[in-house]
Write a protein that binds this ligand. Structure first.
Ligand code: ZN
Length: 507
């Protein structure tokens, strides 16, 4: 008796505590939603300002003020209340019934984690200086020497690394891959599989090349010669000007996305060094702009428009989930490049090539075979490009030139490295850290999406409004409401199918 009474008393007081807790949660969550709504309105306002600034930088329509929005981001990301709410709720986000709110907290956590480093005053200062000087010609007055610039880049990388370690990460690369939801371990496995499966086919290509050219040594120039047929034999129709725009309209209308109703515009203009084209979502979904170097090909146009197709069909309300690209952690680069490549990939569809080019069936088949034959060279060439940065962050005291040589030697199977390289004097390490792998991921995402479309709607998917609706429903409209892997799996039945891709192409 006595015992059960105590039990009952304990239970009922537990019950009261629970009720109190739950109602506190309820109130709290309402307040948090209101608070986040306000902060996200500010976030969107800054993002639009940033988009305008980048647009001006690329289009030369007006003076580009990148500084003002950056300062406003710093202000937002150092807001104490915001930080403490996210720190408090992030670990218990899965207890929240409102899944969109839980996801907003997750994405905010990603952004704030990255911002602690990328928007730290001492890093931003160095980054701004480097962005300025790396964009200036060597003849510019006062430009630091290459050796001095290299030192500055290493300094910036070291600062980032130290801060990442202080936050409990193994290094900065691990942190960045984590907050963009690529995952360091996942990427390691991704590289391991591609390396393993392309090794023998690449070796055969190399042997063949050496015997054909009667060379005794395989150098980086030779690796490039093995890569070129992959690009040269793309079957993308060789279009430009009005005929290219007509083909774009034809494809977009064909998949039911009504080209003329899309809120975008394009300018062709000289770009800063290293930039070919840039699609900019100034306001999502209502204002998308594309700046391109004059003379770029059909596939590049379709790639940039592909970024736009995604942005212009995003209907989720929460600004933090819309995919504004200016803050690391707001989305996954492999996925967004994958959406752009999904659009570009239509230009490499054989039925589209037949429609827009004069190549015979036989010529098309020959090109496709030559391209596929060199796919291993393309993949291994790219592994070397992006693995350098990942390996370098493991130990920033090692000699970067030596590391670069050993990485390209490893993936491109070089007998000797004749390359003169200044691997760090590149804007990507300063402005787009840990981004380059996204282009390889995108190649596989786009293959997988097209494969799923083919499977669902048959060969005529390239001219079926169901295709556009499928892309909207699964990939565009909800922005980052779900992690990219979940979206891909829901739409295609699988997470990124590296094995399927390699098998499909005989690797
Ligand atoms: Zn892109």
């Amino acid at each position: 008796m006595h015992y059960s009474k105590i039990k009952q008393a304990t239970l009922s007081s537990l019950y009261i505590v629970l009720i109190l807790l739950l109602s506190a949660c309820g109130n709290n969550l309402k307040d948090i939603t209101t608070f986040l709504n306000a902060k996200e309105a500010v976030y969107e306002d800054i993002s639009i300002q940033m988009g305008e600034a980048y647009w001006n930088l690329y289009s030369d329509e007006a003076e580009a003020d990148l500084k003002a929005p950056k300062e406003r981001y710093v202000d937002l990301y150092t807001n104490d209340t915001l930080i403490s709410i996210i720190e408090d709720w992030y670990p218990k986000r899965n207890t929240i019934d409102d899944k969109i709110l839980a996801r907003r907290i997750e994405v905010w956590n990603n952004i704030l984690t990255a911002a602690k480093i990328n928007y730290a005053e001492e890093n931003l200062k160095l980054q701004n200086e480097l962005e300025f000087w790396l964009g200036e010609p060597d003849t510019a007055k006062g430009k630091p020497s290459d050796a001095e610039l290299k030192k500055m880049v290493i300094q910036l990388m070291k600062q980032r690394n130290e801060q990442a370690k202080a936050m409990g990460y193994e290094n900065y690369a691990v942190l960045m891959l984590d907050i963009t939801e690529t995952g360091y371990d996942w990427l390691e496995e991704f590289v391991r599989i591609i390396d393993e499966r392309t090794y023998e086919p690449y070796k055969i290509l190399k042997e063949e090349y050496l015997s054909e050219t009667e060379k005794s040594e395989f150098t980086n120039d030779d690796a490039r010669s093995l890569l070129m047929p992959y690009y040269i034999n793309q079957i993308t129709p060789d279009l430009s000007g009005d005929s290219m725009r007509a083909a774009m309209k034809n494809i977009i209308d064909g998949i039911g996305l009504d080209y003329n109703s899309l809120p975008f515009r394009v300018v062709e203009n000289e770009m800063p060094p290293g930039v070919g084209g840039q699609g900019i979502a100034v306001q999502i979904p209502g204002d998308f702009r594309i700046a391109l170097m004059p003379g770029l090909g059909f596939a590049t146009w379709m790639h940039e428009l592909g970024h736009g197709l995604q942005a212009m069909h995003t209907t989720i309300e929460s600004p933090i989930l819309k995919g504004y690209e200016w803050s690391f952690g707001s989305g996954n680069g492999g996925f967004s490049e994958g959406m752009a490549e999904t659009s570009a990939r239509f230009t490499r569809n054989v039925n589209i090539a037949k429609q827009f080019s004069d190549l015979s069936d036989e010529e098309l088949a020959e090109k496709i075979a030559a391209m596929n034959k060199h796919r291993a060279a393309y993949l291994r060439y790219w592994l070397a490009i992006f693995m350098f940065e990942i390996e370098y962050y493991k130990d920033l005291d090692q000699d970067p030139d030596e590391l670069k040589r050993s990485v390209i030697q490893k993936y491109r199977l070089l007998d000797s490295v004749n390359e003169e390289s200044a691997p760090l004097l590149d804007m990507v390490f300063v402005s787009y850290p840990l981004y380059l792998q996204n282009y390889v991921i995108a190649e596989i995402v786009s293959w997988q999406v097209h494969d799923a479309l083919l499977d669902k709607f048959g060969e005529s998917y390239i001219n079926d409004p169901a295709t556009g609706q499928f892309l909207i429903d699964h990939f565009y409209k909800d922005g980052a409401a779900m992690p990219w892997r979940t979206s891909l799996k829901t739409a295609t039945g699988k997470e990124l199918d590296v094995d399927g891709y390699l098998t499909y192409f005989g690797l």
